[in-house]
Structure formats: structure tokens, C-alpha cells
Design a protein around this ligand. Structure first.
Ligand code: PEP
Length: 285
């Protein structure tokens, strides 16, 4: 069953989450993320199982959100560092530069790393001053879009309904099927990220156990509300002060399928360490 994007936003009430969505068509992909209030863990939560293989069946995923940072020069350096980095092959790696540098990054960054925007408009472009449409993002080679980041919720004032519309439109462009315009019909192209607000940009990271508990609760929610298959295959990633020192312990957790990284994604070598923390999962398995 497919939940509509807006109903997804409502049903996740009580959850803090981000949804990252990638299009099904080979040419494009979208990051969509939606963050809500705090999660209440179901009584049935199993205790975290130390270090084991991934509970999810999706590939490890690491996204770097550059936010409103960078200049032409600093981005040239960051791209050069990323191009030099040795990245494990079995990880989906995505970076989200500010809009105005996307083209520069697209022209210079290795194809190994895909590119995301940090936001998109709720529908087709037109008389919407200051907005960027999904079609424009696809046109310049963006594969993902981030929607519903807590900074857009808390600072800009975006709500679930608005974010749900954006997710639906972004997904509709991927699928090119109008009938699915308001649906998340292909969960293989959706990544959910959990980010405790208190951990974003603060240097205070959730403990691996805390993160695991919430990831497990999100997976259980998917199981109950969508399907067991979707619960298993959807990547659930952690964000909030992830860095090169803490990523490996977090990565060992069964239900952590990757990371959404802010500050540390601005340093190429450190971002590479985070990407390569997938090896902790392999060793643990
Ligand atoms: C974020 O903003 O999504 C984020 C995780 O930031 P940081 O890594 O800097 O906490």
C-alpha cells in the first residue's frame, strides 16, 4: 500500500524524521526529508542488538548537507578533496550544495557522488519568486532534493502539509505518472532520516543506543503502516553531529542504514571517513 505524501506527514505525527526520496526514472532522483516532533517508542521495542548486519536491506546511504555554506573557492577545494577521497563502493553518496553552486559542483565532482538540492517548490515552476522547481533541478542534473529539514520547519515555518505537497510533486516528476502525483508509490526511492533537533549542529550526538531505538521504532512504524517489505528495504539514516570520530560506532547499529551529515560534510577527508564507516557494519556482521 502506498501512503499519500501528505498523509505520510500526518501519520508520522509523534515522530521526528526526514524523508529522502529518489526518483525511479534512471535520469533523476530526489532527496525529500520531513521532520516532525519527538518520537514515542512503542512498548514493544526490542532492545538494540549490539553489532550486527543491517536490519534494512537497502544500501548504506550517506548524504552531505552543505546548507548555506561555501564560496566558489571553498567549494572548489571541497570538490577536489572529495574527488581525491577513496570511498567504499557499497555506499550511496550524495551531497547537497547551495543552489547557486550546484552547476559548479556538477561540472567538477566525480560521478561517484550524486547531487542533491536542499529544497524544491511544491509544483511546476511559474510566478513563484525565489523558488526553484523540480523540473529545473532535474534539468541541471540533480538527482535528489532534501525536503522538510528541521531548519526549514523551525526557521522558515514550513509545515507537514506544505512538505507533503513538495514530496508528492517531486515524486510525481520521477514517476511521470499523474495518477501517482500525491503518492509515495515507490518506497525503494525513499530514505528516512532521523535527526534529534538537539543534536543538529550542536556537537551533541545521540548515543548509538538512542539512535538505534528510534530507528527501530521508525522501522516498526513502516511495518505497521506500510508493509514489512517496505520496512525492511527503506533506508533509515541518522543525522545530528555525526563526525569522523563517532560514525563508526553509530554505523554498527542494526537499524542505522547511513547518515545525514551537516558540518562534517564540509570537510572532504572527514566526510570520506563517515562514508567509509560502512566497513564497521561489515566487520560487525
Ligand atoms: C543536519 O543539519 O541535517 C545535520 C545533521 O547537521 P550536523 O551534522 O551539523 O549536526
Amino acid at each position: 500500500m502506498a501512503a499519500t505524501a501528505s498523509s505520510l506527514a500526518s501519520q508520522f505525527s509523534g515522530l521526528r524524521r526526514e524523508v529522502l526520496s529518489r526518483e525511479a526514472a534512471p535520469s533523476t532522483a530526489l532527496f525529500v526529508r520531513s521532520v516532525r516532533s519527538r518520537i514515542r517508542l512503542p512498548a514493544s521495542c526490542r532492545p538494540p542488538r549490539g553489532v550486527v548486519a543491517m536490519a534494512g536491506t537497502g544500501k548504506f546511504f550517506v548524504g552531505g548537507n552543505w546548507k548555506c555554506n561555501g564560496t566558489r573557492d571553498s567549494i572548489t577545494k571541497l570538490v577536489a578533496d572529495l574527488n581525491d577521497a577513496k570511498l567504499e563502493t557499497d555506499v550511496d553518496v550524495v551531497v547537497a550544495p547551495p543552489y547557486i553552486y550546484i552547476d559548479q559542483v556538477k561540472q567538477s565532482l566525480t560521478d561517484r557522488i550524486e547531487i542533491s538540492a536542499q529544497n524544491s517548490w511544491i509544483g511546476k515552476g511559474g510566478a513563484f519568486t525565489g523558488e526553484i522547481s523540480v523540473e529545473q533541478l532535474v534539468d541541471i542534473g540533480c538527482k535528489w532534493v532534501i525536503l522538510g529539514h528541521s531548519e526549514r520547519r523551525h526557521i522558515i515555518g514550513e509545515d507537514d502539509q506544505f512538505i507533503g505537497k513538495k514530496a508528492a510533486y517531486a515524486l510525481s516528476q520521477n514517476l511521470k505518472m499523474k495518477a501517482f502525483a500525491d503518492s509515495i508509490s515507490n518506497w525503494t526511492d525513499v530514505v528516512i532520516a532521523y535527526e534529534p533537533v538537539w543534536a543538529i549542529g550542536t556537537g551533541k550526538v545521540a548515543t548509538p543506543q538512542q539512535a538505534q531505538e528510534v530507528h527501530l521504532a521508525v522501522r516498526d512504524w513502516l511495518k505497521k503502516n506500510v508493509s514489512a517489505e517496505v520496512a525492511s528495504s527503506t533506508r533509515i539514516i541518522y543525522g545530528g553531529s555525526v563526525n569522523g570520530n563517532n560514525s563508526s560506532e553509530l554505523a554498527k547499529q542494526e537499524d542505522i542504514d547511513g547518515f545525514l551529515v551537516g558540518g562534517a560534510s564540509l570537510k572532504g577527508p572527514e566526510f570520506a571517513v563517515i562514508v567509509n564507516s560502512v566497513t564497521s557494519k561489515k566487520v560487525a556482521a
